[in-house]
Design a protein around this ligand. Structure first.
Ligand SMILES: O=c1[nH]cnc2c1ncn2[C@@H]1O[C@H](CO)[C@@H](O)[C@H]1O
Ligand SMILES: [Zn+2]
Length: 364
């Protein structure tokens, strides 16, 4: 049956190849794993030890209307990710879960400094996560699901360790760390606080994205691109503040929005997460519809699967329902993401031509 004839359902969407560029390792744990790890390492601050209740607790607590309170829920996931065994397990399950959802290439990010509270070195953290991803790729392949994992290391905006983390990222670049990011609270922590890190990365020909234009507006996007040199924008949704609606329904782009679109700067859009942090009202009201229509380089992402109770496929399904997207649109988002990945060019091309396009051409 040709893909054009296949109705878009959660199940059929799970079967087409998908690419995920913005997913936090510490925002994607299985609730059952959080509980088992808490018991194993003696973390006693979980709000409940019931798997179903804990899953609901994360979603409800993250449904907070502000980025700052949304981020409080990460105390519990980071709290249980403090040993090598825990990191290997979480990373392996992450790769397995993404592969089971039909993700063929994923860039998963985390802040190594958050997993070093019980004495692990930053390098030991990275090595454990890489071992976990490799194990998850192997287990997925055994199930007939091929996934390729890439890693982004985050520095936290509120800590002052960005240069040090950037150095860790470059040190592990040949072991699967494909880039760098800064995450955490946006208001009050402009990306220009970390210029030394970005200069270090640029002079080392290393890739980076920056969370910008989520909880704070255009100034943050402008700094991320024009001062820091970000190749992609984590979220970036507030770029709509630089669009003006004309009376005839067309839109006029301000200079920053035009620059972002002209340079094809990828927007790592995370619809469900934006609703929880108050950056968007609903999926139907989400700026992604307009940004995609205006042909910005839009990609679709999960951000935090645990906190949003979402998957790549459920995000696609929600967008398809809200905006009437069909398979051609989902393929467009997927190819946008693959083109924007921090993977070598020849490997991106290979995945586009030999995995993504054939996958959408025929659902067998
Ligand atoms: O949407 C977001 N905006 C900013 N920071 C975030 C978001 N989601 C997660 N984190 C932060 O990134 C850290 C590393 O993975 C997480 O611990 C969380 O604090
Ligand atoms: Zn994020």
């Amino acid at each position: 049956m040709s893909v054009e004839n296949t109705p878009l359902t959660l199940d059929s969407i799970r079967r087409v190849p998908k690419v995920l560029l913005h997913d936090h390792l510490d925002g994607g744990l299985r609730p059952g794993t959080v509980i088992e790890l808490a018991d194993a390492i003696g973390y006693d601050a979980l709000p409940t030890h019931d798997v179903g209740e804990l899953g609901r607790w994360f979603r409800d607590a993250a449904d907070s209307g502000s980025l700052e309170s949304y981020l409080e829920t990460f105390a519990h996931t980071c709290g249980v990710m403090q040993t090598e065994e825990a990191l290997v397990r979480v990373a392996a399950e992450c790769a397995e879960d993404l592969a089971a959802d039909g993700v063929v290439y994923a860039e998963v990010r985390y802040a190594p400094e958050l997993f070093a509270e019980r004495g692990l070195s930053l390098d030991a953290v990275v090595e454990a996560v890489q071992a976990g991803f490799a194990e998850g790729e192997r287990r997925a392949a055994e199930q007939g699901k091929i996934i390729r994992m890439g890693t982004l290391l985050c520095a936290m905006r509120q800590h002052a360790r960005a240069l040090e983390i950037a150095e860790v990222a470059v040190r592990h670049r040949d072991a699967g760390v494909v880039g760098f990011d800064i995450a955490g609270p946006e208001a009050g922590f402009p990306p220009t606080r970390n210029l030394d890190a970005f200069e270090y990365l640029r002079t080392n020909n290393a890739h980076f994205t920056i969370h910008a234009g989520e909880a704070f507006g255009l100034a943050s996007i402008w700094e991320a691109i024009q001062y820091c040199g970000a190749e992609r924008l984590g979220h970036g949704v507030r770029i709509v503040d630089d669009l003006k609606a004309n009376l005839d329904g067309t839109h006029q782009l301000g200079r920053l929005a035009a620059y972002v679109r002209d340079r094809r700067i990828p927007l790592e859009i995370c619809p469900s997460s934006n609703i929880q942090t108050g950056a968007a009202r609903s999926i139907a009201d989400h700026p992604i519809g307009l940004l995609a229509k205006l042909r910005f380089r839009v990609t679709v992402n999960t951000d935090n699967r645990l906190m949003s109770g979402c998957t790549m496929s459920s995000e696609f399904a929600a967008l398809a329902e809200a905006f009437g997207y069909g398979w051609a649109d989902l393929q467009w988002f997927t190819i946008n993401a693959m083109k924007s990945a921090f993977l070598d060019f020849d490997q991106r091309l290979d995945l586009i031509n030999n995995v993504i396009k054939p996958g959408y051409a025929a659902l067998v």
